[in-house]
Write a protein that binds this ligand. Structure first.
Ligand SMILES: Cc1cc2nc3c(=O)[nH]c(=O)nc-3n(C[C@H](O)[C@H](O)[C@H](O)COP(=O)(O)OP(=O)(O)OC[C@H]3O[C@@H](n4cnc5c(N)ncnc54)[C@H](O)[C@@H]3O)c2cc1C
Length: 420
């Protein structure tokens, strides 16, 4: 992966009132930067600074496909230098360490940067809920690097199993555990369930030699989906050969597997934890008011209470849904819409326009379960089967086009491509 050449970092001198600093170049941060860039004509005094630890934008919704080997890292990591080359957005690669809201500056590994307006879009991290052994022994799937690690671990484990003579050790090597059957867990399970027989074939193992086990504390997979889709999803996963262990809480993990609240033990040397997310700890550590999962509550305009120049968008933001009783579930679709609303409101503040409240809307979701089936909904109409894959491709290519101006992707075993 090419590392973007670092340029001189914006200093700590008095911030120009129109310097917008955007933290995180994920779905929300990148969209906010690109939308602001579109609003602002040339020449303009505004400076847009986008900061991320990576030099590339990650298409996170496609990480399970990369972990299963149907996409390469280069397909899911798009260099920010390419995306931003025709814009006036200044990208800086750095690790954000502390956010000083009152002092209006951000402290990073490359120095401090002062801001006039701040957009916090640092996403989320995996939540381990203090379960002993999870941090040490579980892999996660939140970045391109994670997807590479999972793919490599699965290969290594299968290869090692070929040379293992002890049946118990061999069984542990061929058992792949996934904790958490939400969106990430089920999509990864589907990809691995298709990847394992292919790998087994390459290694002269029987196609069913290795198995994926999906563990979930709730009584069903995809706990946030309607019951009909949960049942459909469970059926598709079972057909793929995945063992479902539902209503079972993981209470301990070690190098050989996990222990459940029931007392049962599941053996498997590879464990991926996708049991929940929380906002990055740097937010609470910076003294910003956060709720229990680390998210920052924001108003309808996506601003932090008491800081009219500070916006939070994407997974890091906590905002009530329209009913006022629940909260908006963090998704890529939500992150992008919030980013567009925040960008508008920033410009509205300068231009004296009326700010627009962010209005959550659920257009639906497409969840792939392997390469040829899935479950989802569009405008509240439930869908299952092959058409979900076509819908997911449409959504993902639409997103890719919106940030890069290009579409691409030919995947291995891609039913949309092969049907042509
Ligand atoms: C495997 C997986 C599959 C998913 N599939 C779907 C799906 O199909 N549909 C859907 O709608 N949603 C999906 N989601 C959820 C979706 O990806 C998130 O809701 C979305 O990425 C949130 O966007 P964001 O901009 O808030 O965060 P992100 O896209 O995660 O961006 C945050 C950025 O901040 C940067 N960052 C964080 N901390 C620091 C720091 N300290 N210093 C520097 N940089 C930092 C990160 O590098 C990252 O680039 C999926 C999530 C996962 C993990």
């Amino acid at each position: 992966m090419t590392i973007h050449e670092l340029t001189e970092f914006p200093g700590t001198d008095a911030a120009p009132s129109k310097r917008v600093v955007i933290l995180g170049a994920g779905y929300a941060g990148l969209r906010c930067a690109q939308t602001l860039d579109k609003y602002l004509g040339e020449p303009d005094a505004t400076e847009i600074v986008l900061i991320d630890r990576y030099s590339y934008h990650q298409i996170i919704t496609e990480l399970p496909v990369a972990a299963g080997g149907r996409l390469g890292s280069g397909d899911v990591a798009v260099p920010l230098a390419d995306l931003l080359k025709k814009s006036k957005v200044r990208f800086e690669q750095a690790e954000i360490q502390t956010i000083d809201l009152r002092g209006k500056r951000v402290i990073t590994t490359r120095g401090d940067v002062a801001f006039g307006v701040l957009v916090i879009a640092v996403g989320s991290v995996t939540a381990f809920y203090g379960v002993p052994g999870l941090v040490e022994h579980a892999l996660t799937l939140k970045s391109v690097e994670d997807a590479e690690v999972i793919n490599a671990r699965v290969r290594q484990s299968m290869e090692a199993a070929v040379h293992e003579s002890d049946p118990a050790a061999r069984a542990a090597m061929l058992s792949f555990l996934i904790g958490g059957a939400g969106l990430t867990g089920v999509e990864l399970a589907g990809e691995l369930a298709e990847f394992l027989p292919t790998l087994a074939g390459e290694l002269d193992l029987p196609p069913t030699a290795a198995r994926v086990t999906l563990i979930e504390a709730a009584p069903s997979v995809l706990p946030s989906m309607p019951p009909r889709l949960q049942a459909k999803g469970a059926g598709i996963l079972t057909e793929l050969g995945i063992r479902l262990v539902l209503g079972s809480k993981v209470i301990e993990a070690d190098s050989e597997g996990v222990r459940l609240a029931s007392g049962d033990r599941l053996v498997g040397r590879t464990l991926v934890w996708s049991g929940g997310i929380m906002a990055p700890p740097i937010l609470a550590q910076s003294g910003i008011p956060t709720v229990r999962n680390g998210q920052i509550p924001v108003d309808r305009f996506l601003r932090v209470s008491g800081f009219p120049d500070v916006y939070v968008v994407g997974d890091s933001a906590r905002i009530q849904d329209e009913s006022g009783h629940g909260i908006v579930e963090p998704t890529a679709q939500v992150a992008v819409k919030q980013a567009e609303a925040a960008a508008y409101n920033i410009v509205a503040g300068w231009e004296g326009w009326k700010p627009r409240p962010y209005s959550p809307s659920d257009k639906g979701q497409a969840i792939s379960l392997g390469s040829s089936s899935g479950v989802g909904s569009i405008f509240h109409v439930s869908l299952a089967g092959r058409k979900v894959i076509a819908l997911k491709r449409l959504i993902e290519e639409g997103y890719r086009y919106s940030v890069t101006g290009r579409v691409r992707l030919t995947r291995k075993q891609d039913p949309v491509e092969s049907a042509k």
